[in-house]
Ligand binder design. Structure first.
Ligand code: SF4
Length: 318
């Protein structure tokens, strides 16, 4: 069976987070964000469907938790290499995974939140993080490159309804990209919209890992500071997502499977992957062999090397 559970991975928002990749690879999403750290979307999807059996996900989570032998897990997070709400079993999975007594988080791009069934599923989680990168249609199309059948107006309306109904911890995440969504006008409009939904924390940031498009640039520091001030002026609890220097990843007993499942969702820096193989009695030759087999690729970003899943391998097979 395909590896569905990965980590735990240190997360800026969720501490030690055991990740659930509940969507079939290769990357399926309703968006193809220009900054996506996984790469360009290979399969655009907007219809919900079953990917894995709920019981299979539970079985894998149980095995991983047992293998971790008491190691701390702060959250079980639905953070696939795509959009988690595409999974029609999401609500059932959240309910069944709650049996482990660990908080459940879902990180969604919000694109399907106009659907009542999606909102009902998300309401079962302890924490939901909503992506809000733009509130103007032209900018939303540029940054998130949505599937043509979805529209921003319904998404924003769905977000508002959800924020009124949801009893758990609501977070928002806005990534700023130079010359795309970092104008004073758009920052002001995004802040005004987020103010209405009253999240516990409004995260803002910029890409800290290699983006899907090489031409994507991070905004000047003044722009991020400006966004921070604007959000603050709207009484938002705003936090800037800073780059973590080095993250430690959980080992579940199979180095190759662990690397592949982690880099499918979170590209690892050279330092991180070297430390991970060394700590788990492997050698860097293993990483080189995965590159030679075309399983992973090496990419450079801001002077650092990163390793991520090779989406071209699938593309060539499609
Ligand atoms: S960043 Fe998230 S929403 Fe955007 S393309 Fe990547 S997986 Fe989809």
């Amino acid at each position: 069976m395909e590896r569905i559970v990965f980590g735990p991975v240190p997360s800026r928002r969720f501490g030690q987070s055991l990740g659930i990749n509940n969507i079939f690879s290769p990357k399926r999403c309703s968006y193809s964000c220009i900054y996506c750290q996984i790469g360009r979307t290979l399969i655009y999807e907007i219809e919900r469907k079953e990917f894995y059996k709920v019981e299979d996900i539970k079985k894998q989570v149980k095995e991983v938790i047992e293998n971790l032998k008491g190691k701390k897990i702060d959250y079980i997070s639905f953070v696939p290499d795509g959009e988690p709400t595409l999974d029609i079993n999401l609500g059932k999975e959240i309910e069944i995974l709650k049996e482990f007594g660990i908080k459940i988080a879902v990180i969604t791009n919000s694109s399907l939140i106009w659907r009542k069934d999606v909102r009902d599923d998300l309401k079962k989680a302890d924490c939901v993080s909503l992506k809000i990168d733009a509130v103007s249609v032209a900018i939303w199309k540029k940054i998130n490159r949505p599937n043509k059948k979805i529209n921003l107006e319904s998404i924003l309306e769905g977000i508002q309804i959800f924020s009124e109904e949801f009893k758990g911890q609501l977070l928002t995440e806005t990534l700023f990209i130079k010359d795309i969504n970092d104008s004073k006008e758009e920052i002001e409009k995004i802040g005004e919209f987020i103010k209405k939904i009253e999240p516990e924390i409004a995260y803002i940031g910029y890409p800290t890992r290699p983006p899907a498009e090489k031409w994507v640039k991070i905004p000047e520091k003044e722009k991020i500071d400006f966004a921070y001030i604007v959000f603050k002026s709207k009484n938002l609890n705003v936090k800037i997502i800073e780059k973590k220097e080095e993250r430690e990843f959980g080992f579940t007993g199979d180095l190759v499977e662990d690397i592949l499942s982690i880099v499918s969702v979170h590209p690892m820096s050279e330092k991180e992957i070297k430390k991970f193989v060394k700590d788990n009695r492997g050698s860097f030759d293993l990483v080189k062999s995965l590159i030679d087999r075309g399983e992973i690729v090496e990419v450079e970003y801001m002077g650092e090397k990163y390793y991520r899943r090779n989406l071209n391998k699938w593309k060539n097979m499609m």
